[in-house]
Design a binder for this molecule. Structure first.
Ligand SMILES: [Zn+2]
Length: 117
């Protein structure tokens, strides 16, 4: 049983999983692709593996564009918060300016009343 199992592998010379993955992703050269396709015709093990890898690589692509969409949303949000932070700092500057003017006026009035006496 074990020997027979080993025989299948040596006789058919299955491509490695990396090669199959490259085949699924279309990263192989025309020659390599042809070799893999020939092999897939008489190897159930590899054609099943390719089916599984196709499903996996398609699954991988979904979080890819989801991540992209998420990234776009996050960037929009970041721009909004940056804008809000900017207007918050303007408000802060305005309050500080008003407080300084008020203090100057207060000092002026204190000084004025002080010299008037
Ligand atoms: Zn095979």
């Amino acid at each position: 049983m074990n020997e027979h199992f080993a025989d299948i592998f040596t006789k058919t010379a299955c491509p490695s999983q990396d090669q199959l993955l490259a085949y699924v992703k279309g990263e192989l050269s025309a020659e390599e692709r042809h070799e893999v396709e020939l092999h897939l015709q008489d190897c159930d093990l590899c054609s099943e593996a390719v089916e599984g890898l196709t499903a996996i690589s398609q699954k991988d692509q979904i979080p890819g564009w989801l991540r992209q969409a998420k990234y776009n949303v996050l960037q929009k949000l970041r721009k909004k918060t940056r804008r809000r932070r900017k207007s918050e700092s303007y408000l802060y500057i305005a309050i500080v300016t008003l407080v300084v003017i008020f203090l100057l006026l207060a000092f002026y009035w204190i000084f004025h009343f002080g010299t008037a006496k």
